[in-house]
Design a protein. Sequence first.
Length: 106
Amino acid sequence: MPRSLFFIGGIDMSNVCMRCGKERIVIEEWIELVETERRTNQIRHMKTTCPDPECQKMVDESLAKEKVKNEERKAEKIENDRVLKEERQKRIEQALLKPIKVKGRK
Ligand SMILES: [Zn+2]
């Protein structure tokens, strides 16, 4: 997701706790330099935490759960794609085995 999407009406939404809405504390901030062919881009990274440690714990837990779910979904999609591909391949093979009917011209 582009980072600019977090900025709504000048408020950095990425810096507000998603659970309690309190402004998050920046515990770490660093600039990553990403070199492209034409120029070097600066990407600002921030590690933030909720001022409420209990809340942060719950946020961490839900994030971890979400991550597991995403990975499961990803694995499921790969499996589904593989099955679909196999089925398609089988159908093509079956179609090739059948004699081709050509409509006779009138
Ligand atoms: Zn919070």
